[in-house]
Design a protein around this ligand. Structure first.
Ligand code: HEM
Length: 202
């Protein structure tokens, strides 16, 4: 029997969409000196989100935990081969190929924030600023692959993964969903980001 089960808790969903907004905002305000404060506000929010996600990867619910999407190279290759044959295995959380982009996006996001903060220092060397720019270009490419992967996977499995990242729910024949969504924590994250935004840009 197919049922609707909860996969993504609220903190993971809030993290995801705030992260996407923060990256887009920081990217669009990167070039102009006039928008420097806005660029920094987005960057600090992104840094806070990634630090939170690193903790949530150990403390969070089943599918948010790193252990649930820490795949071996063999599993990733097997998944890619099954994808080529048009019969990819179905995963309730991140699939092995998707997990590669997730790890890359988290690592690149952290690297971007750290080099961004370093670039703000008075004695910052040019190489740091250059690395910040290079990491941004790599991040854009990985985001493009990530979004293509999400769309391909949605079509192959006939399931709307974007909607799942919004509502938290997927349809499946098992009852292996998570029990709590931790909505209160998602609300605190949203509120913290909004408060930080206004205090920082006051
Ligand atoms: C419109 C653009 C985007 C869409 C439609 C989208 C969609 C998704 C979906 C559906 C998932 C869950 C994948 C799964 O079911 O395994 C996901 C996960 C993820 N996405 Fe995106 N994404 C977008 C933009 C971004 C951006 C800009 C970033 C990075 C800056 C990003 C980083 C991530 C990360 C790190 C995860 C893993 C979430 C977690 O486990 O915490 N995404 N995305």
């Amino acid at each position: 029997m197919i049922r609707r089960i909860l996969i993504w808790d609220a903190p993971t969903r809030v993290f995801h969409w705030l992260q996407a907004i923060s990256f887009a905002g920081a990217y669009l305000t990167a070039e102009s000196e006039r928008n420097r404060d806005i660029h920094m506000a987005f960057g600090y929010i992104l840094l806070g989100l990634i630090v939170f996600r690193l903790l949530w990867g150990f403390l969070g619910t089943r599918y948010a935990r790193f252990s649930s999407f820490l795949f071996k190279l063999g599993e990733i290759i097997a998944y890619l081969l099954s994808l080529i044959k048009g019969k990819p295995g179905h995963y309730l959380g991140h699939n092995p190929a998707g997990s590669v982009s997730v790890w890359l996006l988290l690592a690149l996001g952290l690297f971007l924030c750290v080099t961004g903060v370093m670039a703000l220092q008075d004695d910052a060397v040019d190489a740091v600023v250059e690395l910040h720019g290079i990491a941004t270009s790599i991040m854009l490419a990985v985001i493009l692959l990530h979004v293509i992967g999400v769309l391909v996977s949605s079509v192959l499995h006939r399931e709307n993964l974007v909607r799942s990242m919004i509502t938290g729910f997927k349809s499946a024949e098992t009852d292996e969903g998570i029990r709590s969504s931790y909505n209160w924590l998602g609300v605190i994250m949203l509120a913290a980001a909004v408060v930080f935004w206004f205090v920082f840009l006051r």
